[in-house]
Every structure is written in C-alpha cells, then in structure tokens.
Design a protein around this ligand. Structure first.
Ligand SMILES: *[C@@H]1O[C@H](CO)[C@@H](O)[C@H](O)[C@H]1NC(C)=O
Ligand SMILES: *[C@@H]1O[C@H](CO)[C@@H](O)[C@H](O)[C@H]1NC(C)=O
Ligand SMILES: *[C@@H]1O[C@H](CO)[C@@H](O)[C@H](O)[C@H]1NC(C)=O
Ligand SMILES: *[C@@H]1O[C@H](CO)[C@@H](O)[C@H](O)[C@H]1NC(C)=O
Ligand SMILES: *[C@@H]1O[C@H](CO)[C@@H](O)[C@H](O)[C@H]1NC(C)=O
Ligand SMILES: CC(=O)N[C@H]1CO[C@H](CO)[C@@H](O)[C@@H]1O
Length: 533
C-alpha cells in the first residue's frame, strides 16, 4: 500500500497498496510508471477521520480545526487493512500526520499489503517548512510513500493569492527530498471550480521546473448514472463543470470505468474515492465504513460494495509506453489577471531558520507566551502591535507578504512568534525603551541578553541575508519551551537558537497560518490525480 501523505498540520501522504513488493513510482511527462515500465494508476480511497469542524464566517470552507493521525492508530490499521483489501485499492490518502507519533505499525502493515499555508493570509515560513520536513523525516523510512501533498484546497476561485506560496513550498520540499535521495513525488490537491480557474491554477503550479508532480482535483461533478461525457470538460479543461448538488448513498461509481479508460487516462492517473471513514460534507455522509462503538469491527455499506465492484473491474491501460513519452514543454505561467487570477510569479524565498534565530536573539523585546497554548494569541497580537507601530510612524512591511504583487518582507519567512517579537521591539524602541511599551499586558518581556542600542531593523539587516533559494537542511529538534506560566512547559518547535517557533497547531490553523486540511467535498471521486508535465 502506497501512501499519499498530506503535509498539512503536520504533513500529507499518499500510501500505495499492492499485493507484492511496493514498486517505485516515477513520473515521466504527465504519466506515472512503475519500475517495470508499466503505467501506474492511483486506485485509492481517502483514509482519514474527519477533524472537529467549527463553522463560522472565518471558516468558509469548513476546515477542521483539529486533526486525527490515522496512521498512528495501529489497532485501527490492523482492523481496516483487510477491508481496504476487499475494496481493491492500491493507494490511500491520509490528510494529516503528527511527526511526534510512531507510525511503524500502520506503515509496515500497509507495506505488507505491499501524505498549512492559509488561503487568505498565506505565508511560507520556518515553522511550516520545519513541520513539513519533520513529517518527511518521520515517513521517509517507509518504502511505500508515493507522494507528499503540500496543500489541500489552499488556492480557491475567490482567493488565489496563496499560489506563489504553494510554488515556493513545492520547490523547497522537492529540494529537501532530493537532498535525502527520496523519490517521493510532490502533490497538491486542488478545489474544483470554473475551468478558467482550474486551468490557471494547474498551469501556475506546473510552469516552473521542479514544481509539483501530482495535481489532484477534488471533483464532485459526476452523479449516479451520469453520461460518460461528464468528464469531457475536464479532459479538454475547457468547458464549465457540472452540478455540485449530488447526494450520495448509495453511490454507483459508474465514473470509475470511465476514469480508468481513454480518453481520461490520456490526462489522468487515477483517483481517490471519498471516503473510508464517516465524513459529513454538505449535510450528507460520504463515509463507507462504520466503526463499532468498541472500535474493533467495521460495517461497510452499499457504497463500499459498489466501489469495490467497480475497482475490481478496472484493467489499467498500458499506453503510452514509458519510453515513448516525450519530455513535455512546461506550460506558460499565467499572468496575474485580476479579479479572476491574482498571483505573482515572483515567489517567496526559502525560509531560513538560522537567520530568523539570529534576529530573535538580537531583539530588544520578545514575545513571551503567557499560556502554554499561545498560538491563538500571536495573530491578534501582531495586529495590535502593528496598529500601534504604524500609529507611531513605523511600518510592518518587513513582516508582511503579498502574493498578488509578489512582495515579501525580509522577515515574512520567519516564524510568527519572531515576527511578533520584531514588531514588539519596534514599539518598544519607538517609545524610548519604556518597559511598559514591551509588556503588551503580560505578553512581552524585555530581552536582557539583547546587544545594547541595536535597533530591530539593524538586527534584521545584519542577520537576514538577501532573499535566497536553497536546499533546506534537517529541521531543528523540537524542544520544550516554557511559557511565562512556569507551571507548565510545552513541546514546541524551536529555531536553531532555541527560540519558540511552532506550536499550538489548532489555533495556528484557526488563524490560518498553516496549510489547511479540508476533506474533499466528494459526491463521487474525492480527488482525481492529474500528473503534471
Ligand atoms: C502530537 O503528538 C504529541 C505526542 O503525543 C502530542 O503531545 C501533540 O499534542 C500532538 N500534536 C497534535 C497537534 O495533535
Ligand atoms: C483579486 O483581487 C481583487 C482586488 O483586491 C479582488 O476583488 C478579487 O476578489 C481577487 N480575486 C481573487 C481570485 O483572488
Ligand atoms: C443506473 O442505470 C442502471 C442501468 O440503466 C439502472 O439499473 C440503475 O437503477 C441506475 N441507478 C441510478 C442510481 O440511477
Ligand atoms: C497557568 O497554568 C496553570 C496550570 O496549567 C493554570 O491553572 C493557570 O490558569 C495558568 N495561568 C495562566 C495565566 O494561564
Ligand atoms: C495578551 O494579549 C491578549 C490579546 O491582546 C490579551 O487578551 C491578554 O490579556 C494579554 N495578556 C495575557 C497575560 O494573556
Ligand atoms: C518491498 C518490501 O519492502 N516489502 C516488505 C513488505 O513487508 C514485509 C513485512 O513487513 C517486509 O519484510 C518486506 O520487506
């Protein structure tokens, strides 16, 4: 079983399931091939328990605010793998992983059968990069990782400014994978939308050499006995997409044979059905397996039986032969054409842990987490501190990024807590080092170790090199960071200098700092996998 791991709160993973040895899958042009030269198709299912969804105006896509690491639950894997075998899938998609947990049991079991950047406030910063790298480090020892997904539905038809951040993430994750001799592919799962949007998005993500390999389209267009022409628009990527209002249960999966035959196979490399576990989307439950109250047994439904029958009937097409695929030309990067497509082709630099850590050490005022679960505060405090600094004649340009104009402040790559300390330090300086100006009602502390008389902007000039693209090195170890409430420490990220970095996953997501994790809204196929040139 091969896994597609989403580098979300912790990361994204495609796992592949096969009966024998797990083949190495590589991409040639727009197609996937096994080691023996035969075409590889993803015949998969989403294997992810839905996290807690807190609906609200700041959560229009109903993104879960908590996540479940299904691949760390060895009992559940042992229970589910025989059922996944019955379904006849060769891949699963796990949306989230916690790199601190042990995945050996699930990954080995799957092998013997032998996966966030915010939509509206995107950033590509050390905390997110390090979290992705930790996830890769936690999963790379397994032989059945097909791809790491660097985002799910981050770019939307109404907010495209995150696109340059996804490109930067793909670039840096690929460089890291290459540096550790990993052949895993880099994927992105896209939200469905008007064809003009999908085409721009796909071309944008594919137009730079070394960007993404897999473009998964979370498509929910085919309902029941739809006509086999339903996907024609997707193949030509030219026409309007169909209805979103299909209701499941039981689904008859007549799209499966269509997806695995020509002309779809000229463009697509299979897909992931949605979803093994119960998953409520648009008021309907798309789950195919119900877990018993004692969690030991599974009852599958008619959806499951229908999908298993459809998958079993699939014979993979064999053309084109691996040797006959020409090296395709990269598509042209779409220009920013507001209001439909706002995204600069100038993308952020590689986040630099050492530079951000150097800066944090030199700042006169530091964010001091008042509670162990502090990340929810960081976004609010950055807003408050920037407001004050701007009133005093300062600017927050150094910490800001703008994917529409392609302008990235020199500290935009740093962890949000370091950005906050930077703005607090500016406020402290602008107020003549009055202690009160650093306290922020108990959220800040004067840095006794800071070099005297060094302004935050000077510290930035000396610590932060010119924007650069480089291969990230192994992420710094997670170390406990004490909050000012010294009764409790917490495990959180650290920069190389030991400053607090990431933590508080939940609140980070609600602030939208991380790549979000949504369940694909699927009537039929959760995600079709389109392999990009
Ligand atoms: C990841 O696992 C560790 C160890 O069990 C736990 O302390 C931490 O809270 C988990 N992180 C998340 C975001 O669930
Ligand atoms: C593009 O930017 C304009 C102006 O800010 C905004 O009205 C529009 O919604 C944006 N569109 C997208 C797709 O992000
Ligand atoms: C789909 O079409 C088949 C054959 O025409 C028919 O037997 C079946 O009832 C249809 N199912 C649905 C859900 O429309
Ligand atoms: C400090 O931690 C203790 C124990 O975790 C908790 O009861 C208390 O409310 C915390 N105080 C603050 C200010 O967060
Ligand atoms: C920290 O900042 C938040 C947000 O402004 C505020 O509500 C809180 O009172 C401050 N102090 C502490 C100790 O949390
Ligand atoms: C190809 C491969 O790695 N196969 C592994 C399948 O799982 C068994 C049991 O864990 C391993 O012994 C094989 O090496």
């Amino acid at each position: 079983m091969r896994s597609l791991q989403t580098l979300t709160a912790a990361a994204l993973l495609f796992l592949a399931l096969t009966a024998s040895a797990v083949p190495k899958v590589s991409r040639v042009g727009q197609y996937l091939y096994n080691d023996d030269g035969s075409r590889f198709f993803i015949k998969g299912i989403a294997y992810q328990t839905q996290g807690l969804v807190v609906s609200g105006p700041d959560n229009p896509l109903n993104q879960p605010s908590t996540f479940v690491d299904n691949l760390a639950d060895s009992d559940a894997c042992a229970r589910d793998i025989p059922i996944l075998q019955q379904l006849g899938v060769n891949s699963i998609r796990a949306y989230s992983a916690n790199s601190s947990l042990n995945h050996d049991s699930c990954m080995q079991a799957l092998s013997t059968l032998n996966g966030s950047i915010d939509t509206t406030l995107p950033a590509w910063s050390t905390n997110t990069l390090d979290q992705y790298l930790r996830t890769i480090d936690a999963f790379e020892k397994y032989d059945n990782i097909l791809a790491y997904n660097i985002g799910n539905e981050v770019i939307t038809p109404s907010a495209t400014q995150a696109a340059p951040f996804i490109v930067a993430a793909a670039r840096d994750i690929r460089a890291y994978l290459t540096s550790i001799s990993s052949s895993a592919l880099v994927g992105y799962a896209a939200i469905d939308g008007p064809s003009s949007f999908v085409v721009n998005e796909a071309n944008f993500l594919a137009c730079t050499a070394g960007s993404i390999d897999l473009f998964g389209l979370n498509n929910y267009e085919w309902c029941g006995n739809a006509s086999s022409t339903t996907f024609n628009g997707l193949n030509s990527i030219a026409s309007e997409f169909g209805s979103e209002n299909c209701h499941p249960v039981p689904r008859i999966w007549t799209e499966v044979p269509v997806m695995f035959s020509e002309p779809m196979t000229n463009v697509w490399s299979g897909g992931m059905a949605f979803s093994y576990f119960s998953d409520i989307s648009k008021g309907a439950d798309f789950g195919m397996a119900t877990v018993s109250p004692d969690k030991t047994t599974i009852v599958t439904n008619a959806d499951f039986a229908n999908l298993a029958a459809a998958y079993k009937a699939v014979t993979f097409v064999t053309s084109p032969a691996q040797g006959s695929v020409p090296t395709p030309a990269l598509p042209t990067c779409p220009k920013s054409t507001p209001p439909a497509w706002n995204a600069s082709t100038t993308v952020p630099q590689t986040p630099d842990d050492a530079a951000c850590g150097c800066l944090a050490n030199a700042l006169s005022c530091l964010f001091q987490p008042p509670t162990p679960d502090y990340m929810s505060l960081v976004g609010d405090l950055i807003g408050i501190a920037c407001g004050l600094v701007e009133t005093d004649g300062g600017t927050c340009a150094d910490i800001s990024s703008n994917g529409v104009t392609g302008t990235y402040g020199r500290l935009a790559m740093c962890d949000p807590t370091i950005k906050l300390s930077y703005v607090m330090s500016q406020h402290y300086e602008l107020n003549h080092y009055v202690t009160q100006a650093c306290l922020f009602s108990g959220n800040g502390t004067v840095n006794a170790n800071a070099p005297a008389g060094v302004l935050a902007s000077d510290a930035a000039s000396s610590c932060i090199p010119s924007p650069a693209v480089f291969t990230p090195s192994a992420p710094p170890a997670l170390v406990p960071v004490k909050s000012s409430n010294s009764s409790s420490g917490r495990t959180t990220g650290s920069t190389s200098s030991g400053n607090p970095t990431n933590g508080g996953m939940r609140s980070l997501i609600s602030r939208g700092v991380l790549i979000g994790m949504t369940a694909a809204v699927g009537c039929v196929i959760g995600a079709m996998i389109w392999t990009l040139a």
